[in-house]
Write a protein that binds this ligand. Structure first.
Ligand code: SF4
Length: 331
């Protein structure tokens, strides 16, 4: 069931996820037409959808701002626009990391931190600077396709250091959350992105897509105009029960990104080994993080332990379990 709508206001709107947005040629050319934005707002109001709006760094006209204010929404804005939208979720890029003075005035809100692969060795240092200013940080790794054994080992080391930083802050009244270390602690089932199932995207051309990544990657692959009963070909491939690897997995915090699935394995329902390995590094780091929190006492004592597992890629389990594959073929 659709729960929310993503609206990409401009070609150069900030990315909030694994994809890269593409700078447009400049307003008003690369901006969603006002009429299309109006259609998106009306669609959201009629279907009781929340709206997540992806902003560019530069200013919008007042007519745009007024339309957006007419619907329940969340603003996701690049760091450069933070002063214009102080309540927004901020996107910070590792390639453009703010100076200490620029972070000082943040009000402890939600931050999306997009980490590029060359900055991986600086992950813990960057988070050490952001966490004191945030209520929650969503870490997004970009360039996932380039990750290999060296990066996996480095990511494991970095998360260990970040875990220690979070533990040092755990006595605070509201300690900050970090998706890749604290989400799995409280999840009892999959909490995936669910693009195409729980949300759709309106792109700057006014048309619908599974998510912004599909628009930037291949704008011709549109789901069409904004309307009810959007035709999604092979929709079942977006569902967990048709994903033979993911449905036996308990890395519940994983986004199960269907865009990366398709880009890296050519199958919407099959993740690449990089995605599975990274999610399992996070799962194991979360397990150890929880153990340490429990040992230190406090409210984490009531949380269920995360079981230790003997694999770091559930594909190994699927490959060894012929019955599970046979069941999948019957679906
Ligand atoms: S499918 Fe979901 S997780 Fe993947 S890029 Fe799109 S919004 Fe992000």
């Amino acid at each position: 069931m659709l729960k929310y709508l993503l609206v990409v206001l401009s070609e150069s709107s900030t990315s909030f996820c694994h994809y890269e947005s593409k700078p447009g040629k400049g307003l008003p050319k690369d901006l969603i037409p006002l009429k299309s934005l109006e259609n998106a707002v009306t669609f959201a109001l009629k279907n009781n959808l929340k709206v997540n709006v992806l902003y560019p760094a530069r200013k919008l006209g007042q007519a745009y701002e007024d339309l957006i204010e007419g619907v329940d929404h969340v603003k996701i804005v690049p760091f450069a626009a933070r002063e214009r939208y102080p309540e927004a979720i901020l996107v910070i890029e590792s390639s453009d990391f703010p100076a200490a003075g620029e972070l000082r005035n943040l009000r402890g809100g939600n931050i999306i931190f997009r980490l590029r692969r060359p900055a991986l060795p600086k992950l813990s240092a960057c988070l050490g600077r952001l966490l004191p200013h945030a209520k929650r940080i969503n870490l997004v790794l970009t360039d996932v396709e380039k990750y290999g054994p060296g990066e996996f080992a480095e990511y494991r080391r970095q998360l260990e250091t970040v875990s220690a930083r979070l533990q040092a802050m755990s006595a605070r009244k509201t300690p900050p959350e970090l998706n890749v270390l604290t989400d799995r602690l409280v999840l009892g089932k999959m909490n995936n992105c669910d693009a195409g199932l729980s949300h759709l995207t309106v792109a700057p051309n006014g048309r619908l897509y599974l998510c912004p990544a599909f628009y930037y990657d291949s704008p011709d692959e549109t789901l069409g105009e904004i309307r009810n009963d959007v035709p999604i070909g092979n929709r079942q491939l977006l569902e967990l029960k048709y994903a033979p690897i993911c449905r036996i997995c308990d890395a519940y915090h994983c986004k199960r990104c269907v865009f990366l699935n398709r880009a890296l394995t050519l199958e919407l329902n099959t993740p690449s080994y990089q995605q599975c390995r990274l999610s399992h590094i996070e799962r194991e780091a979360s397990r150890l993080h929880l153990q340490k929190l429990k040992a230190a006492g406090g409210s984490s004592a009531v949380l269920a332990d995360i079981p230790e597992i003997a694999y770091d890629d559930p594909f190994d389990v699927v490959a060894a379990n012929k019955q599970s594959i046979a069941e999948f073929k019957k679906l």
